[in-house]
Design a protein around this ligand. Structure first.
Ligand code: CP
Length: 319
């Protein structure tokens, strides 16, 4: 593995999940693997889980890590080649990324979509420019369209909690929100579950919230949320803004909120969310503060996901 930007960078998902679970059982077993290596975590956007879990994972592998919040601490970056930089941006990615390439052995980068420039967001323009100019292995800490470390942690969580014999029924349900949010987590979860191919996978959302088919292909799309939830073993709750009417909030219908009544339709489903969550907007308190909520476990598993990915990259740097 040279980069970790999407499910496409992983040849065997189950093998990577098992590597992560081994780290969960024995966090310090490879403490020499990253000795002498430096990881730079570069954030254009805020984070709690991604930032801290990736740093802990690095420490477990003996890697020293540094965080740089470009937005809050550094010069604003320009990403367009050939730009006349007479606006707010003081430093070009073409200059900043190679400098980071001099300081670190591996980089991790978070950027969010514009939610106004669909073609640019879906070309992963900022992430590609970062990869191109840094010339180092790059781990996505969330990009314009995907959040692969989150999705890996989600599959680790499903793997370790799935006690049923048959394929689990996993439902990704849209939920209301007051703001326009990226499609990243939903796209990524769909991409990973489809590639995993070990679940009956249903996506439910109001009309107008269809995700990009390159990620959802393989899943059943059901516009009736109650019907989708019937017999579900896992319910992943997430808001996203419209992909078709790009970045728009088309619906705030509170009846899509996951609550006890909705849950009663499921097979005592485990509830998942990537966090942060707007309580009692996306889903009710009672869905989060109960035994069948996996949200804290998912966030905890972010450490093992990041550790598994970094160990794979370190191994490939050796060969
Ligand atoms: N789920 C997730 O990526 O959380 P943060 O934005 O806090 O990193």
């Amino acid at each position: 593995m040279r980069h970790f930007l999407s499910a496409h960078d992983v040849s065997d998902l189950n093998q990577l999940i098992q590597v992560a679970l081994q780290y969960k059982a024995h966090p310090l077993k490879d403490q020499q693997l990253g000795k002498g290596k430096r990881l730079g975590l570069i954030f254009l956007n805020p984070s709690l889980r991604t930032r801290i879990s990736t740093q802990i994972a690095a420490e477990n592998l003996g890697i020293s890590s540094m965080v740089f919040n470009v937005g809050g601490e550094g010069w604003q970056w320009e990403f367009e080649d050939g730009a006349v930089m007479n606006g707010q941006s003081a430093e070009h990615i073409k200059d900043a990324a190679p400098v980071l390439g001099q300081y670190f052995d591996m980089l991790a980068f978070r950027t969010f979509p514009t939610l106004t420039e669909k073609a640019k967001d879906y070309s992963e323009f900022a992430m590609k420019q970062f990869v191109k100019y840094s010339r180092l292995p790059v781990i996505s800490l969330e990009s314009a369209t995907l959040h692969p470390l989150q999705s890996l942690a989600d599959l680790i969580t499903i793997t370790e909690t799935n006690s049923i014999q048959k394929k689990p029924k996993i439902v990704l349900t849209w939920a209301p929100h007051i703001k326009a949010l990226p499609q990243c987590v939903a796209n990524s979860f769909a991409q990973w579950v489809n590639k995993w191919n070990q679940a009956d996978f249903v996506i439910t959302h109001p009309k107008g919230y269809e995700l990009d088919e390159q990620f959802t292909h393989g899943a059943a799309i059901e516009y009736d949320q109650d019907k989708a939830l019937e017999g579900a073993d896992y319910v992943y709750v997430k808001n996203w803004s419209s992909y078709q009417d790009y970045g728009k909030v088309l619906c705030k219908d509170d009846s899509w909120k996951m609550d006890q009544n909705k849950w009663s339709l499921t097979n005592q489903a485990k509830i998942m969310h990537c966090l942060p969550v707007r309580r009692n907007v996306e889903l009710s308190d009672e869905m989060l503060d109960v035994e069948h909520s996996l949200v804290t476990q998912q966030a905890g598993n972010r450490v093992w996901a990041a550790q598994a990915v970094m160990s794979e990259i370190l191994q490939s740097m050796k060969s």
